[in-house]
Design a protein around this ligand. Sequence first.
Ligand SMILES: Cc1ncc(COP(=O)(O)O)c(C=O)c1O
Length: 402
Amino acid sequence: MVSGETERLYSGASPEQVAADLEPLVRFQEEGLSLDQVKTMVESSLVPHLGRYELPSFHFLFNSAPEPGAELGAHIAVAHNQGVTNWQVSPGGAVLEELCCKALCELFGLTPGSDATIMYCGTYANQQALYMALHRHAERRGFSLAEAGVQGFGDPSRLAVLCSADAHFSLKHAVRMLGLGDSCLVPVDNDANCRMDVDKLRDVIREMGDTRDIFCVVATTGTTSTGSVDPVEPIADICEELGAWLHADGAYGLAYKLVPEASHLFAGVERADSITWDPHKQLGVPIPSSVLFVRDPADFNRVTLYSSYWNREDAVEPNPGVKSIPTTRPMTVLPLVTSIRHQGLTGVIERLRAPLDAIKELADYVENQPDLELCHHPETGILCFRVVPEECFEVSRHTVSC
Ligand SMILES: Cc1ncc(COP(=O)(O)O)c(C=O)c1O
């Protein structure tokens, strides 16, 4: 590379060009190719069009090139291709997942006795959390959601989940998958720093009165758009008053709880009934890697299904497969374990601190530029700002941004 020239983040080809290059790759022929032939084909046709996550110029909130410790674990996991569902199919995988989940609960300072399960992604973790929330709500109404379905509520259109206006769209998928429809998800306005405004939350609840049946409030602990962290403590108080489930969507943000200077942002998260976290976002572990925590391990019983030939009720424990819905579950936990062991907690915290510091520095810079305007004061690793064109300077200084 010539000094001063930056490497491209991918080939730069158009979708049509990429399709033309890749089309021969999927011409499935009768006779097999040698591994060398397959490798050459993939390296010449596909790899140039992949994103270069390892480049320093690749700035993305989420995924990155795998960290070496994670890569090592991923290689071992692939080599052994374990389905981590129960003791019968992967004794070591099942026990490792259980031990790691407990260790993560402790690492994040969750309530003793909390538990977790490994999920494919944050979207599914949020979905399972809302299912468990609705299930508990049904039990409190005296019926089983599994048996009666949402009709058990009489008028399911009264059911509501409250979340911030910036909550992730996976919550919309979740209410749709529960058969409740979009109107179930009620957004609450944000405060000036893009966090859920707790006064507005109280207003929405007051206005709803008896017309709606709020079974869950979602606090987003690190929004996808601005990285802002909803104030969990007062939201937890409100959930207690309502008797509603508190879900914390920390898919993006929860990792920052491990950074001492940022951990205060997450005060109260240990009071959440469930928490989503995606290690595949900041830790440099391979996709997919997601964790769903619960304060009460019995909550997982709501997704447990035993069968006569698989996940038998009398089978040897542990049975991590009964804590989440998929039957076949990858050994995602191994790269997570090897990565944390390789980096050490000090390394993990340094890795997490780097974007926090960089974003603060950038915010200080933006604040002092006449043609730039901060949209919020960053709490985690995301900053939104807008460019104010010169002709708008006067307007923006005196009135609102343009
Ligand atoms: C706050 C938040 N929740 C949930 C998700 C969904 O996670 P996943 O992409 O792992 O499905 C994301 C992804 O960006 C997110 O930022």
